[in-house]
Design a protein around this ligand. Structure first.
Ligand code: HEM
Length: 211
């Protein structure tokens, strides 16, 4: 954890408003992506079920964010997942990817319409091509929060997401959501992974467009 400065209010001056030029390890994630080879392992009464899925991820730069002296650059994302040849939403997720250049801290927020939210953290150098973020149940800094049903029936104890950026411009992720399923003695590893190919360029953030 970094030390909190004595002045927690004054924002940095000379902030570069061009987010796309300041995203460090997140730079290559900006844009619109398609993944056609997703694999999900989810909990069913009879045991783990494996399901192929198609995915679209929109990752767009936001204006620089200052918490007093702390400066964050980031992307707002929306993930939409369907089963092959189906229209119905299979998984939906929104949140932010944030990077703090001064400390190399990474923050990934996620909310899903099951009534669940998490904030996962990690660290990555400006030129990193692989990074991981983790959220843990009970933490106030990188926690997981669920509505009453999930909290009791599918208690989520950990969320871990690893991203790898490839030399050809594609990137992959693998995530592991650990669930304590009511009535089962062993933790369940609800996993997802996919490789994303770019189908659209990012739109520069509002302040960069205005400049
Ligand atoms: C591509 C990503 C994901 C896909 C395709 C996916 C899909 C699924 C599916 C099919 C189920 C089984 C229950 C059902 O059929 O409704 C499930 C359960 C669940 N998922 Fe995911 N999931 C994904 C990511 C996540 C993430 C990131 C989290 C949370 C960090 C999460 C949390 C849960 C929980 C708590 C359950 C248990 C609830 C239940 O089974 O009714 N999932 N997911």
């Amino acid at each position: 954890m970094s030390e909190v400065p004595s002045d927690i209010y004054t924002e940095p001056d000379n902030v570069d408003v061009d987010t796309l030029a300041n995203l460090g390890p997140l730079t290559k994630l900006a844009g619109v992506w398609e993944g056609l080879r997703g694999v999900d392992v989810n909990p069913k009464p009879e045991g783990p079920r494996r399901q192929a899925y198609l995915e679209r991820i929109d990752l767009q730069p936001i204006d620089p964010q200052a918490n007093g002296p702390q400066l964050l650059y980031g992307l707002r994302y929306h993930t939409h997942v369907v089963k092959p040849d189906e229209v119905e939403t299979y998984h939906d997720q929104v949140g932010y990817w944030l990077w703090e250049p001064a400390t190399e801290a990474l923050i990934h927020t996620l909310t899903i319409p099951r009534g669940q939210a998490a904030l996962a953290i990690g660290k990555a150098a400006r030129d990193a091509t692989s990074f991981e973020v983790v959220a843990k149940r009970g933490s106030t800094e990188n926690g997981i929060s669920s509505g009453w049903f999930l909290e009791q029936a599918f208690t989520t104890t950990e969320f871990r997401l690893k991203v790898t950026i490839h030399a050809d411009g594609t990137w992959s992720y693998f995530e592991d959501t650990v669930l304590l399923v009511k009535g089962k003695s062993e933790p369940f590893h609800h996993t997802d992974g996919n490789t994303l190919t770019k189908i659209g360029e990012p739109t520069p953030n509002p302040l960069a467009r205005a400049r």
